[in-house]
Every structure is written in structure tokens, then in C-alpha cells.
Design a protein around this ligand. Structure first.
Ligand code: FAD
Length: 438
């Protein structure tokens, strides 16, 4: 049987057989977003090879292809750095998405992370007999499925892998454009239009602001409560202030403080149709994962009536018509679903022990949420954005490195190649052995 070496991450040789099976050196990482890159970089610091499988044709697909033009990091750059490399000093406090992408590209280059692009992972299951993860990925180039096998699997496919678009009655009747926020780039092409934005998270708010600035008339449909906080308070980032206070004070007290300052700076958001949830902004984030909105300018436009708040949508009623749950009807030219994303892990990971049915770690708050049984790791699922992804990556990579070094040491002691440390070659996988580290 013929074998081909493919150029897996960090240049590590992966052996691909004509039957479409690969034994890889080191772990398989699913996803080349910030989380996948952070694990790969840290593994490379530990001298551990890896293979990154990425469905799109480049790194950080979310940031490259599924975000609006005006997007900046919501948090100051110090809270968004990946392990080992800070942001350049000349980057603004809140880097633009283009700055962030530049940073990620140079990060990947610095640690020689070269993912296998155009590989969508469709299945991963643990083969207990061989003690290996068997991961199937389909190539975008030719639709061919290849099986990759490794004792370690890192899930880094993101909390935002698939868009969420709720079903709304009568949608087929609406003649205007309907899009998800992942397809929204700029308000430019909506000039002069009445645009309904469903959802009042950071994206929904910012798209309404963008629409206003481009001469459109945005209406924001609000279904549940939302905490709007100023992005900065007393000249410091609100997030930074909250983090400092949490070191000394209980979360409920910090929430009370944040809400007091928010009221002083923004006024009463409820008066303008933005009901605050019962739980405070930090507590609700912990309990439900819902982030508070850090205002970058939409709030003053809501107060001035340039962004109009409307209730939850009940149905589409015609060419342009939308009915709300309070019975009112209005006409719109376009509708944007800023209704968020979900993970796609349940569709391909055939192991229920670490993730819930909706693709979240079962114990997102637990200190061990990054590690599952049988060499399974998850990075970037703690609901704590880039900060959490970096912390997960450091822990997962250190754990894998320890195991890799133990296997390598055992193999060296036996005078064998590292592949022979695995008790049996995976069944059905072309067992030519894994090349020993150079
Ligand atoms: C509009 C927006 C703004 C945000 N702003 C911030 C911010 O300012 N600060 C912050 O901390 N967080 C922010 N976030 C959260 C942000 O998603 C994460 O912080 C960051 O992108 C997470 O990185 P990740 O690698 O875990 O996931 P992702 O960036 O989603 O990367 C996952 C990668 O996995 C790939 N993938 C998915 N499924 C498969 C599969 N089956 N096979 C192969 N590859 C697959 C995807 O193509 C993608 O490249 C924002 C999110 C959005 C949507």
C-alpha cells in the first residue's frame, strides 16, 4: 500500500495511505481559530508535534469571513492575548478585527502552525481496542474522506461554529433580504432602508449603530432582558474594573457596583425598552453564558430614538410586513438575525462524556472542564472568550506534553520507535508506524 507524507501542523510528518488513513504524530486539533492556534503554539513550545484540521481555507474563519467590518475586540487587548505573545505596543487598546487577524497570522507563522485546510471533521470516536481517536475529515477539494488516528484529540472548533436562526412563522412570505449577522458586513447597502435587527447582544447593538451611521433606520427587536454597561468607567475598562473587584468582593456586590455606575453613566435603560435581567451582569454570564453589552455608541442612539426598540417578532405577515407579539405590525425592507451561534461538536464527536447535547462542556465552570476521558481535551468552551481559550490551551498542551514525553521516554528506553509504544496498531488503519521524532 502506498503512503504519502502530508504537511501536517508544525511540519510534522503525517502518513497518509492510499486507503485514506493517517497515523499522526502527536494530537489532532480540530479547528484553527484562536483556540486551536493557542494549543498548537504551546505544544510546539513543548516540542510536541500536532496536526490541525480546519474546515475553511485559512486560519480564524470566524474573524476572517463571518464578522462585520467595524468589529473591534470588545475587551481591551491585554485580556485577549494568546499565550506566549502579546499584542504589538502600537495596536490600539481595542484592536480592530484586521489588527487581530494580523496578530493571529503572525502568531501562526511564529510557531510554524500550518493546518490542513479544507478538512471538515465529520466524525470522531474513541477506538478503545487501539486506544486511539479515529477522526474522519472530508476534503473540500475532492470530497474525499480521510481518517486520522491519534491517542489525543483536542476539540477547538469553537462555541460559535454554526449560526442560530430561529424559525419565524411566515418567513417565506417576506420579500426583502433576510440575513444572519455572520453575513452582515456594513450598513452601506442598507442606506435609506428600514431594517429590523433581531437580537440585542453586542452584535445586534453594534449593527444598529452601523446602520444608523450609514443612513438606514434600524429597529431592534428585544425578546428578553439585557445588561448594557458602559465600555469604560472612570477612564478604565469596565471589564478590567470588574476583574479587579472580583479579587476582593463577592460577585453579587461587584454586580451591584457595576449597575450603580451603569445607571450613573447611561441612565435608566428600562425607560427606553431595555429591561435588565434579575441576575446581575457577571452572575448571569456565569449562569447562562450571556454576555453583557459593552456599549460603543448604540445606547445614545437608542435614547435619541434613532434606534427604535420593538418587541419580539411573532410572524412575517407579507412582502414587507412583520407582526410583533404585542399585536402591532410594521413594514421593513430587510431583516438581520443577530441571534447568535452554537457549537457543532455534537454533530461529529461520538462521545457524550464531556459535552452536553447542545455542544457545551458539561461542567463549564469546573476547573477540569478542559479535559475529558481517553485523551480528549476541549479548548475555548468555557464561555470566557479569548482569555479562557488561552488558559485552556496552556493546561491542555502541558497535559498532552507530559503524556507525549512519557511515551517517548518509554519508547526510547525500549530502543524502539515511538509508534511501538502503542500496544496495537489501529484496526483498519494502514499500520506503517509513526515516524519517530527527529
Ligand atoms: C462578532 C463576535 C465578536 C467577538 N468578540 C470577542 C472579543 O472581543 N473578545 C473575546 O474574547 N471573544 C470574542 N468573541 C468570541 C470569539 O468567538 C472567541 O473569543 C474566539 O473566536 C474563539 O476562538 P475559537 O478558536 O475557540 O473559536 P473560533 O474562532 O470559532 O474558531 C473555531 C475554528 O474551528 C473551525 N471548525 C469548526 N467546526 C469544524 C469542523 N467540524 N471541522 C474542522 N474545523 C472546524 C472553524 O472554521 C474555526 O476556524 C466574539 C465572537 C463574535 C461572534
Amino acid at each position: 500500500m502506498q503512503e504519502q507524507a502530508s504537511d501536517a501542523g508544525s511540519g510534522s510528518p503525517t502518513r497518509e495511505s492510499s486507503a485514506g488513513c493517517c497515523l499522526v504524530r502527536g494530537p489532532i486539533i480540530v479547528g484553527a481559530g484562536p483556540s486551536g492556534l493557542a494549543v498548537a503554539a504551546t505544544l510546539s513550545q513543548h516540542g510536541v508535534p500536532f496536526t490541525v484540521l480546519e474546515r475553511s481555507d485559512g486560519i480564524a474563519d470566524l474573524w476572517t469571513n463571518r464578522t462585520y467590518d467595524r468589529l473591534r475586540l470588545h475587551l481591551p487587548k491585554v485580556f485577549c492575548e494568546l499565550p506566549h505573545v502579546g499584542f504589538p505596543a502600537d495596536f490600539p487598546t481595542y484592536p480592530t478585527k484586521h489588527d487581530f487577524l494580523r496578530y493571529l497570522r503572525s502568531y501562526a507563522a511564529r510557531f510554524a502552525v500550518s493546518p490542513l485546510f479544507g478538512r471538515t471533521v465529520t466524525s470522531a470516536r474513541f477506538d478503545a481496542a487501539a486506544s486511539l481517536w479515529r477522526v474522519t475529515a472530508v476534503s473540500a477539494a475532492d470530497g474525499r474522506a480521510t481518517e486520522y488516528a491519534s491517542p489525543w484529540l483536542v476539540v477547538a472548533s469553537g462555541e460559535n461554529a454554526e449560526m442560530v436562526v430561529p424559525k419565524v412563522k411566515g418567513r417565506e412570505r417576506f420579500a426583502g433580504e433576510v440575513l444572519h449577522s455572520s453575513a452582515y458586513r456594513s450598513g452601506e447597502r442598507f442606506k435609506g432602508m428600514r431594517v429590523l435587527v433581531l437580537g440585542c447582544g453586542n452584535s445586534g447593538m453594534e449593527m444598529c449603530l452601523d446602520l444608523c451611521e450609514h443612513g438606514a433606520t434600524p429597529f431592534m427587536s428585544v425578546r428578553s432582558g439585557v445588561h448594557v454597561l458602559p465600555r469604560e468607567m472612570f477612564g478604565a475598562s469596565t471589564f478590567g474594573v470588574a476583574m479587579k473587584l472580583l479579587k476582593w468582593l463577592p460577585i453579587k456586590l461587584v454586580d451591584r457596583f457595576l449597575l450603580l455606575v451603569a445607571k450613573m453613566v447611561l441612565g435608566d435603560t428600562e425607560r427606553h425598552g431595555l429591561r435588565r435581567p434579575k441576575l446581575g451582569p457577571l452572575e448571569i454570564k456565569n449562569v447562562t453564558g450571556k454576555s453583557p453589552v459593552l456599549d460603543v455608541g448604540a445606547w445614545s442612539l437608542i435614547k435619541s430614538g434613532n434606534i427604535k426598540i420593538v418587541p419580539e417578532v411573532e410572524s412575517f405577515t407579507g412582502d414587507k410586513g412583520v407582526r410583533f407579539v404585542d399585536g402591532n405590525e410594521m413594514d421593513f425592507d430587510a431583516v438581520v438575525f443577530a441571534t447568535g451561534y452554537r457549537s457543532n461538536v455534537p454533530s461529529w464527536l461520538k462521545d457524550g462524556e464531556l459535552f452536553t447535547e447542545d455542544g457545551k462542556p458539561k461542567q463549564a465552570q469546573a476547573a477540569s472542564s478542559w479535559r475529558g476521558p481517553n485523551g480528549l481535551y476541549c479548548v475555548g468552551f468555557s464561555g470566557r472568550g479569548l482569555l479562557g481559550a488561552g488558559a485552556d490551551a496552556l493546561r491542555a498542551a502541558a497535559d498532552i506534553a507530559g503524556r507525549w514525553q512519557a511515551v517517548a521516554a518509554a519508547a526510547a528506553a525500549a530502543g524502539a520507535k515511538i509508534s511501538s509504544a502503542y500496544s496495537s496498531p489501529p484496526q483498519g488503519v494502514d499500520a506503517h508506524g509513526v515516524v519517530a521524532p527527529a
